[in-house]
Write a protein that binds this ligand. Structure first.
Ligand code: ADP
Length: 316
């Protein structure tokens, strides 16, 4: 029987429904919440909230682990092929679960194409670079902030891989996020959807555009970064708790001098200063070629490689 939050000591029917309503409908969501969040959500005493969180963590086996256990867990991390063996190699085998991977670069550098391709590839069987096991299809969530998602592209990419395009499209949950608050609310909802539907990839394309538009200029930088950090933290939790891959894109200008007012540019343009994750910079090259560069990855060597954007999608 699936465990529900009502199995946690201290969670009666009233508390349970309040928690569900506030987005804490799963044991996972509760395990990574703060006591203050639960107090605000369900109007329970702080000590009860602490007890509930502790019980949820015990149920999920969140505790100190030895380095050896960490090593064994890392070996179970799963990887999604990008479609390019060069790019896969740069990424240490592909886009990893339990990790946020950021693709940043100028307009047209391939961020959306990679996002589309991964949404298809995650559905491939495990021995072909996807995360589908037997008949348990690994699905994708695509959060689109700029309206650049194209179902036609998904269809085309699926066909090239010999997959049923209709089926592939049915296994991608699409959401157009209308502003940054909506974008964050959608991710909270994913704490329910991801485990229920066996989602193994969450794409946010682009993660930064609403935040930049709503908090423009230097004077809003602190507030913007604070909100963005919360969003990234939320995505990080999602990746960690459900063993999914999170892919975010971030558009940066090719000419930083044009963008001198934005201090994020000065530090390389990526947004994941603090959050753990993998950052890949994309650059246009000749024709359909693109250059990918690994930027300060915690466990991967820095380096560069070349891939191509073709009719069929991302290839060498
Ligand atoms: P961004 O980094 O702005 O998200 P995209 O991922 O949208 O950039 O990449 C856009 C590029 O992808 C285009 O310049 C084009 O070269 C290529 N592209 C898009 N669709 C196709 C297609 N059907 N066939 C070949 N190349 C394509």
């Amino acid at each position: 029987r699936a465990r529900s939050i009502s199995d946690l000591p201290g969670v009666g029917p009233t508390t349970a429904s309040k928690l569900v309503e506030a987005g804490y409908g799963t044991i996972e969501a509760i395990a990574v919440a703060t006591p203050e969040e639960l107090v605000a959500a369900a109007g329970i005493p702080l000590s009860t909230a602490q007890k509930i969180i502790k019980a949820a963590r015990q149920l999920l086996d969140i505790r100190f682990k030895t380095a050896k256990e960490v090593k064994e867990e890392r070996m179970h991390l799963r990887k999604i092929t990008t479609g390019s063996s060069n790019l896969d190699e740069l990424l240490g085998g592909g886009v990893e679960t339990k990790t946020i991977t950021e693709f940043f670069g100028e307009f047209g550098s391939g961020k959306s194409q990679i996002s589309h391709q991964l949404s298809v590839n995650v559905q491939l069987p495990a021995d072909q670079g996807g995360l589908t096991e037997g008949d348990k299809i690994a699905k994708a969530v695509y959060i689109d902030t700029e309206g650049t998602f194209r179902w036609e592209r998904i269809e085309q990419m699926a066909r090239c891989l010999g997959m049923d395009p209709e089926l592939v499209m049915e296994n991608i949950y699409y959401m157009r996020a209308v502003n940054s608050d909506h974008q964050m609310a959608v991710v909270e909802e994913l704490f329910e959807l991801v485990p229920k539907e066996n989602v193994k990839l969450v794409v946010v394309d682009s993660v930064t555009s609403h935040f930049r538009a709503e908090y423009p200029g230097r004077e809003n930088l602190a507030l913007r970064q604070q909100k963005l950090n919360k969003h990234l933290h939320q995505l990080g939790r999602l990746a960690e708790v459900f063993n999914v891959a999170v892919v975010i894109t971030n558009q940066v200008m090719a000419r930083p001098d044009v963008f001198y007012g934005d201090p994020t540019q000065a530090v390389g343009g990526h947004v994941l200063y603090h959050a753990p994750g993998v950052r890949v910079q994309l650059k246009k090259s000749r024709g359909n070629k693109r250059i990918a560069r690994m930027v300060d990855a915690p466990h991967l060597p820095e380096g560069e490689t070349v891939f191509a954007i073709t009719e069929c999608g991302i290839r060498d």
